[in-house]
Design a protein around this ligand. Structure first.
Ligand SMILES: [Zn+2]
Length: 132
């Protein structure tokens, strides 16, 4: 477990999060993850701290409207999602691509679990994963 510091592209939104990248990250084929190329690590809400930029975050909700997909209104980068699921309860999906002090080695070595969100199938990976 390590405390990482992250930000959006323009730097207005800044956060820190306690993440064990060895516990894995996600790639998902659902409509929002696929289009946004979202690459998250899932953490408990208490492991995530927004340090700056709350006023710059714009939220986007769709489908069940349960999850708060946030993006910086200045640069469009999506640093994290606040969500709720039967599987994880309340969670924060931290975009590991936004971690400024994660090394290339740490990111390259982080295991990836592929999710078939497009078919609402959370038990088996999608048939095609290499484009995610
Ligand atoms: Zn920004």
């Amino acid at each position: 477990m390590k405390t990482y510091h992250g930000s959006c592209h323009c730097g207005v939104v800044r956060f820190e999060a306690d993440i064990d990248l060895g516990q894995g990250t996600l790639r998902c084929n659902c409509s929002i993850c696929a289009k946004a190329r979202f690459w998250p690590a899932i953490v408990q809400p208490h492991a995530f701290r927004l340090l700056a930029g709350a006023a710059a975050l714009t939220e986007y909700r769709f489908h069940t409207k349960r999850d708060q997909h946030l993006f910086c209104r200045h640069c469009g980068v999506r640093p994290f999602v606040n969500g709720h699921s039967p599987r994880w309860g309340e969670f924060v999906a931290v975009n590991v691509a936004c971690l400024d002090d994660a090394t290339a080695e740490e990111l390259a070595n982080a295991p990836i679990t592929y999710l078939d969100g497009r078919n609402d199938n959370w038990d088996t990976p999608p048939l095609q994963i290499h484009h995610l």
